[in-house]
Each structure stands twice: as structure tokens, then as C-alpha cells.
Design a protein around this ligand. Sequence first.
Ligand code: AMP
Length: 249
Amino acid sequence: MDFKQFQLDPRLMQGVQKAGYEKATPIQEAAIPAALRGRDIIGTAQTGTGKTAAFVLPILNKLISGGQRNVPRALIVTPTRELAEQIHDVIKVLSAGTKLKSVTIYGGVGANPQVQALRNGAEIIVACPGRLLDLIAQGHAKMANIELLVLDEADRMFDMGFLPDVRRIVKAVPEKRQTMMFSATFPADVELLAKQALKEPQKIAMGISKPAHTVAHALYPVPQHLKSALLLELLKRTDTNTVLVFTRT
Ligand code: AMP
């Protein structure tokens, strides 16, 4: 599908061109129209599917279509600073034709530049949970005007023990908002978070557990006592120099 069919603001098409995207990826095709209509979205998508642009483009489109400037209106919560910077880079490219400003917020570095960027009127915050909560508590990050919330890689945030912080953040933003959540897997705690944070979300599942086309799967039902012998036999017949074997213990 061509990006023109989304009827995005022409200023965003400049960014799409700059990014070098020609055709939308499947997740973009599914998520962008629903997000542009204002739907909450729950997406099963891994990194590499184009999911960042799938939530960034609808956010930018909404922000430039009207409303206040120079206050935080979109919040993207993500587990690691590397991901925060990657998302920030995508925002910078795609928003090149707009005057929107974004800031990354995470711990392990000085807070002053982050506070300064907030004072300068960043409309988009890309944040890791801990430092964001600090800056909210100190009154530097204002949540009162947040109208778009993205919870990215929710399962990783759960693995890293961030879900209590994420719940606090969800409580700190206005209830009237659009929420998009992405996760590669849905353990029970993430399901619960989705129930609490999203309203009648559109479900979008992409490429989950689909191996790369170069990967072959085979299943050998075998009694316990023959497993080692089978493995040795398979290795003898496998024409390769290096093999990685995963076992339970
Ligand atoms: P992501 O899944 O968001 O981490 O994106 C994975 C990679 O795909 C990034 O390098 C993006 O720049 C790139 N990408 C995203 N959307 C498109 C598209 N429509 N066409 C080509 N590349 C894309």
C-alpha cells in the first residue's frame, strides 16, 4: 500500500520521503488507518516490522492538525534508552516538515538537558519509566495535556520490572486519550495492563512467531532415553561447522 492512501498531512509526506519509505509495511497498513481514526490499538509486533512509524505517523498527524503547541501532548513509554533514542530518531526524520519538538527522557545521564527541552516546549516525550516519574514528581514533565499514549515493548517492560511504574504513568495522564500498546508476547500481567489502559482496542497481530524464511523447523517425538542418541545422529547428518543446542538445563 502506498503512503498516499493514508491521506496524511502533506508535511508528513516530506518526512516519509526523507525516511525513504515507499510502501507501507503490513503493520503500518493495519495500524495507521485505525490510529488516524482515533482508535486504541493493541499491536503484536516485534522490532523490525516498521511498528515505530506505525505509531509515530498518526501521532504527528494528530499533533499538527490543531491543538496547543509547546506543551507535552504525546507520550511514548519504552523500556530502554537505546529504544528511546531509536524512536526519537524516527520522530526527527518523519517530523522534518513540521515544527514539532520531541525530547528523550531516561536515567543514567544528567536531567538538566531533558528539563531544558521540556521548558523549550517539546510536544512529544519519549521516555523510560523511572526518570519520567522523577520529572513528573518534580513538576518538570506535565501530563495534563497528554492526548496520545504509547506503551512500547510492554512485555520487555514487564520483564524488567517496570510495570508498577508504567501503571503510575498511566494514572498520571488524562483518562481521555488515545492509547496504543505494542508487545511481542502477552503474559498475564501485560494482558491486565492492556485491560486497564486501553478502551475497546483494535487488535493488530503481525508476524508473531513466524520464523525467517531461511529457518526450517522439524519436530521429532522421541522417548527421553533416546534423546542424546538422536541428537548425535542429527549432528552427524548436519553439514555445518558450528551448532548451538538449547536444552532445558
Ligand atoms: P521498526 O520495526 O520500527 O524498528 O523499524 C524497522 C526498520 O524498518 C527501521 O529501520 C525503519 O526505518 C524501517 N522502515 C519502517 N517502515 C518502513 C517502510 N514503510 N519502508 C521501508 N522501511 C521501513
